[in-house]
Design a protein. Structure first.
Length: 184
């Protein structure tokens, strides 16, 4: 059993033994259909922590290119399928409904699919909230710059008004550029 599951899930690494133990404990099996059910059970056991979050994070970073949240959901499902060794482009939840796995495993698989959707929606919402906060922060930073007078302004009483500096400050400095050719 471990050999078959390892062949289907080659990249689980050190986590494979524990996942297989938990899966097989609930469903001892040797035939092909139930072997596939064990593989799907691995998705249920490891989906959120091991596969779904990393896949969703990778995809949300390119949300603009993908377009809609619906496309993101499908892409996350495909990403999870690839990570588990299934051919690319297979939506596992839909394939399970088509009868490729025993009916008792459809509900857990659909629960994982719903978790994936919720994860993506949550990440997209956080990303949108972050974008709003960034825009507000930029406005706050740009507002003082827009209100500040130009360097050398002589507006009376305005911040940055240097027109009377010579009368109150040291020397007789002028805000106007010095022309060295004057009086020559």
């Amino acid at each position: 059993m471990r050999h078959h599951v390892q062949a289907a899930v080659p990249d689980l690494g050190d986590e494979l033994d524990e996942l297989v133990r938990l899966a097989v404990r609930e469903h001892e099996c040797a035939d092909r259909a139930l072997h596939r059910a064990v593989v799907l059970r691995l998705i249920v056991l490891a989906g959120e922590a091991r596969f779904v979050e990393p896949a969703a994070e990778e995809l949300v970073s390119s949300e603009e290119e993908l377009g809609t949240v619906g496309v993101l959901r499908a892409s996350v499902a495909e990403s999870v399928a690839r990570r588990l060794g299934f051919p690319a482009g297979q939506d596992l939840a839909l394939r399970s409904l088509a009868g490729e796995v025993p009916s008792e495993w459809r509900a857990p698989l659909l629960a994982v699919h719903r978790d994936m959707r919720a994860t993506v929606e949550r990440l997209v919402a956080v990303r949108e909230e972050t974008a709003v906060l960034v825009q507000e922060h930029r406005k706050q930073l740009e507002a003082p710059l827009a209100e500040a007078p130009a360097v050398g302004s002589r507006r009376s009483g305005a911040a940055g008004d240097w027109s009377s500096y010579g009368a109150t400050g040291p020397g007789t400095w002028s805000p106007d550029p010095v022309r060295f050719d004057e009086g020559a």
